[in-house]
Design a protein around this ligand. Structure first.
Ligand SMILES: [Zn+2]
Length: 476
């Protein structure tokens, strides 16, 4: 049996977490008062001021927000019309960073869009409108992200992109792309209608029009610290993005994550005299359309990164399921985390996987040891977002018990990470980072984004939004 040196602290933390509804109270305000918190909306600034105020009221005196500029985006109306063999208008929504454009072309349906299909059907795709589902194709050992399907379609010559929800009854999905060709989300039902029509008639001609604007905007990161008693410069960081997609409340993804981070700040501050090294709490802005908040943080705090022991990303921490940790290719940390879980007597499944699609990524690329909240086994079984990234990600679906479980597990865990003297992980070199990415099969994904840039830069009559995008040194 493993002795628990923090039994008294654990009891205090758990007592606080389970006798308060603070995370749910905060989440309701974030969602109902400030809406999506999407960059450029008035609710973004309002939410940030609210979070800072709350954190100060918890006793984190230095809580503040930091500002950064982003290539922002303002949604316009999108229309998708079938022009042949029948006339019919379908409801669709632009994917963030889409440009204002108009195209009339044939529909090419690629199913789940497995990676080999784009080259294979290049002749058909050339000059036409591709439709793929939001599902990762059967048999893939890593998730196939929307952006990769988008990029592969462009390289095959697509002039429009339709992203069909693979879940019924959740409406059209959203999710960021780049301003290259018009891209829209379509519901499962309308997508299936198109699939049947195409099958019966052999050819479907579509008219797709988008009216979005790509503009510079400002957004924010909320930062607060518990300084730690040792005075050492080494520190740990826990964060989650607070904003959602513009069409939703972004309640699970990731208002719930931000509220769990705030709850951790609240309860850990009550035991601050027992915390050795600094714990920094981050609520990131603008994750959804390009990880801009975490990128900005990493840039603005570059000099502090070498002393960052561990970064834990709690994106969508209020979702259902066990509150474990997925380490990003760090087997050397596994025995330690398992020991922590054992002494906590808590269900904290530990897994290993690297994924580039959330706020840990800019830290990971700098060599910082990182992990995400979650349960790898459940992810493998479930696969996909459900109502995430649709307008139905609303606060009524979030359950307090999951936010409590998250706050309880991660508070106790991060306290141990901040306190343990024998920390077995070190920062990776650039070369080592690359090796890990390669082993996970993402090198091709990165190369793909580069290839798209090269390919698009040779186009004539570039749209001004595309030009501006090319001029920005994009990371993928
Ligand atoms: Zn998220």
């Amino acid at each position: 049996m493993v002795a628990n040196p923090y039994l008294d602290v654990d009891k205090e933390i758990l007592g606080e977490v389970y006798t308060s509804s603070e995370p749910m109270d905060n989440l309701i305000v974030l969602c109902d008062e400030f809406g999506s918190r999407f960059p450029g909306t008035p609710g973004d600034r309002g939410a940030v001021e609210y979070m800072v105020e709350k954190l100060r009221s918890y006793g984190l005196e230095d809580a503040h927000f930091e500002t950064f500029k982003i290539p922002g985006w303002v949604r316009g109306k999108a229309t998708l019309r079938i022009v042949e063999p029948i006339e019919k208008e379908l409801e669709c929504i632009s994917l963030p960073h889409t440009l204002a454009a108009e195209v009339e072309a044939d529909l090419v349906y690629l199913g789940d869009g497995p990676i080999e299909v784009y080259e294979k059907r290049k002749k058909e795709i050339e000059g036409n409108i591709v439709m793929v589902t939001s599902r990762t194709p059967v048999g893939m050992r890593r998730p196939l992200h929307r952006t990769e399907k988008f990029h592969r379609s462009i390289l095959a010559g697509a002039k429009g992109f339709i992203f069909m929800n693979h879940y019924p009854a959740y409406g059209p999905p959203t999710g960021g792309v780049s301003p290259i060709i018009p891209a829209v989300g379509l519901s499962y039902e309308d997508g299936q209608f198109l699939v049947r029509l195409l099958k019966r008639k052999g050819r479907v001609r579509l008219h797709l029009k988008t009216t979005d604007r790509n503009v510079e905007q400002t957004s924010f990161n909320v930062v607060a610290d518990i300084p730690g008693t040792s005075g050492e410069e080494e520190y740990v960081l826990v964060g989650a993005h607070y904003e959602g997609h513009d069409i939703a409340q972004g309640a699970i993804d990731s208002g719930s994550g931000a509220c769990v981070v705030m709850e951790m700040a609240r309860v850990l501050n009550k035991v601050r005299e027992r915390i050795k090294r600094r714990i920094r709490f981050l609520c990131f802005g603008v994750e959804e359309i390009g990880l801009y908040g975490s990128k900005a943080y990493v840039e603005q705090h570059e000099d502090e990164l070498p002393r960052l022991r561990f970064m834990l990303n709690l994106d969508a921490a209020g979702s259902a399921g066990r509150k474990g940790v997925i380490l990003h290719g760090l087997p050397e940390l596994e025995p330690l985390f398992r020991r922590f879980a054992e002494e906590m007597k808590a269900e904290v499944p530990i897994g290993q996987r690297v994924s580039p699609y959330s706020d840990h990524w800019p830290f990971f690329l700098k060599g910082v040891p990182t992990g995400s909240g979650g349960d790898l086994e459940a992810w493998v079984r479930r696969g996909g977002r459900g109502y995430g990234h649709t307008r139905y990600d609303t606060v009524d679906k979030v359950e307090l018990r999951y936010m409590r479980n998250a706050a309880a597990n991660y508070s106790r865990l991060i306290l141990r990470v901040a306190n343990v003297d024998e920390w077995p992980a070190r920062h990776r070199t650039e070369e080592e980072v690359r090796e890990v990415i390669k082993a996970q099969g993402y090198l091709e994904t990165i190369a793909l984004a580069e290839k798209v840039r090269e390919y698009v830069s040779e186009w004539e009559d570039l749209h001004p939004d595309t030009k501006a995008w090319l001029e920005r040194r994009g990371s993928w």
